[in-house]
Write a protein that binds this ligand. Structure first.
Ligand code: PLP
Length: 384
C-alpha cells in the first residue's frame, strides 16, 4: 500500500531510511494521540558506537541536557557511556538509575549551591570552572576535587554558539589553574566547547592549538595536566549536509597525537549527535489560515513545547500526510503567543486538518526545552 505520507529522497538524506521506516511502522499500529517524540534506539546505538571511536584514550560522557528522558539515559548507561551534567535535577535522575559517580562529570562552570551540595555527597570527581569565585565555592563544598578550566575558543560556524556565556582567555585560565591549586583543589586539565551544531571542522583545530599553549604554560609553572576535555559540538543533519563524525574525530585524534603527551585522558561530551537524528516528532495539523499574504499552518508542536531551537535558527525538515499541491507555509505552534512561530517559507504539500506531520532530526534540545506554557502538555518520548 502506498504510504499516505509524502516521502522523497531528500527526507532520506536527513533521517536514515531505517529510522523513518520504523516511525511509519509505529504509526501504523498505534492510536496514540500526538504530539510525541519517537526515538530510534538503533540509531542512538549507532551514534554511540561511532563517537570517540577514532580518538585514542577517549571517554565519552553524554550531555544529559540534550535529552534527559529516563529511558534514553538507561539505554546510554547500558551502552557504557558516562554522563555530563549541570544540575541537581540531572544528578537526581542519574542517581535514580544507579549511575556510579566516577562516570559523571560536570562541565557547567558556574554551579548552583544545591547542586554542589548534592554532587559532594554523591562523590562526583570532576568539575569545570572559570572564575576564582567558583574555586572558592568548590573548596567549600567539595574540597580537594579535580577541576578543569573552561578555555574560550572560537565558535564561528556553530549554529548554537556557547562561547559568550562561559570561558576565559589564556592568561586568566593559567592564573585560575594556579589559584585552584593554591586553594587545595586538584587542577587536572582544560575544557572547551566549539559551539553546538558546529559545522566548521577548523574550530577544533583552533581550540586544540589554544589548549596546547595553555597546557605547555602550565607545565612551565609546575602543573602537569592530564585531562583534555574537548566538549561537544558534533553536528547532525537538519537540512544541509554536515561534516561526519569520523572525519571530525580523525582530525581531532591526529591533532592531539601531534601536540599533547601520549598518556593524556581525552573526555568528549556529545549531546546533540547522540540523540538528535534518532528523533522524529509526530504532530498533527490543527488549523490553516490566510493572513495578509501568508498562508499559515498550525501544528500541535511549537516553540514552547518542543521546537524552541527554531527561534535560534535551527530549521527542521518535515514529512506530511497528504499528497496535494506544494505550497509555501508559515508554520506555527499551538499556543496563543505570537512568538510561537516555528518557521517561514516552508514548502510542503497541503495537508488536511488532522493530518500528521513528522519533524525529522528532532531528538535533541526539544523535549528538554519544552514547557507546559498555555496548558499544552510536554510531549512524551517513546523509544522504538
Ligand atoms: C551542552 C553542552 C555539551 C553538549 O553539546 P552538544 O553540542 O549537544 O554536543 C557538552 N558540554 C557542555 C559543557 C555543554 O554545555
Amino acid at each position: 500500500m502506498k504510504s499516505r505520507f509524502r516521502i522523497d529522497k531528500t527526507h532520506y538524506e536527513i533521517a536514515a531510511k531505517s529510522t523513518i521506516r520504523k516511525a511509519l511502522a509505529f504509526l501504523k499500529k498505534t492510536d496514540l494521540e500526538p504530539p510525541y517524540l519517537l526515538i530510534d534506539t538503533s540509531m542512538v546505538k549507532k551514534k554511540v558506537r561511532s563517537i570517540g571511536k577514532n580518538i585514542r584514550n577517549s571517554r565519552v560522557f553524554y550531555a544529559v541536557k540534550a535529552n534527559p528522558d529516563i529511558e534514553i539515559l538507561k539505554l546510554i548507561d547500558k551502552l557504557g557511556l558516562g554522563f555530563e551534567i549541570a544540575s541537581e535535577g540531572e544528578l537526581g535522575i542519574l542517581a535514580s538509575i544507579g549511575v556510579k559517580p566516577a562516570r559523571i562529570i560536570t562541565s557547567n562552570p558556574i554551579k548552583s549551591f544545591r547542586f554542589l551540595r548534592m554532587a559532594a555527597e554523591y562523590g562526583l570527581p570532576h568539575f569545570a570552572f572559570d572564575s576564582k569565585d567558583e574555586v572558592r565555592k568548590l573548596r567549600e563544598y567539595v574540597p580537594g576535587c579535580s577541576v578543569y578550566v573552561r578555555l574560550s575558543v572560537p565558535n564561528e560556524g556553530s549554529e548554537w554558539p556557547l562561547s559568550k556565556k562561559f570561558a576565559v582567555e589564556l592568561e586568566d585560565a593559567e592564573e585560575l589553574l594556579l589559584y585552584a591549586k593554591k586553594k587545595g583543589l586538584n587542577p587536572v586539565g582544560i575544557t572547551f566547547h566549539v559551539g553546538s551544531q558546529c559545522t566548521n571542522i577548523y574550530n577544533w583545530n583552533s581550540a586544540l592549538d589554544k589548549a596546547k599553549i595553555l597546557w605547555d604554560r602550565m607545565e612551565k609553572r609546575g602543573i602537569r595536566l592530564s585531562v583534555l576535555n574537548i566538549g561537544g559540538g558534533y553536528p547532525i543533519r537538519y537540512t544541509k549536509s554536515v561534516v561526519d563524525i569520523p572525519s571530525i574525530d580523525k582530525n581531532v585524534n591526529s591533532l592531539i597525537y601531534e601536540k599533547f603527551p601520549r598518556n593524556i585522558k581525552v573526555f568528549i561530551e556529545p549531546g546533540r549527535a547522540v540523540v538528535g537524528d534518532a528523533g522524529i516528532f509526530v504532530s498533527r495539523v490543527l488549523g490553516k489560515a490566510w493572513r495578509g499574504d501568508e498562508e499559515w499552518l498550525y501544528i500541535d508542536v511549537g516553540v514552547f513545547n518542543g521546537l524552541m531551537e527554531s527561534v535560534g535558527g535551527i530549521k527542521y525538515k518535515y514529512i506530511v500526510e497528504g499528497h496535494s499541491q506544494i505550497k509555501k507555509w508559515t508554520l506555527a505552534g499551538p499556543s496563543c503567543d505570537s512568538f510561537d512561530v516555528i518557521d517561514k517559507d516552508v514548502l510542503l504539500p497541503e495537508p488536511p486538518i488532522g493530518a500528521r506531520v513528522l519533524i525529522l532530526s528532532s531528538g535533541a534540545y526539544t523535549i528538554s526545552y519544552a514547557s507546559e506554557f498555555n496548558g499544552f502538555s510536554i510531549p512524551k518520548t517513546i523509544l522504538i
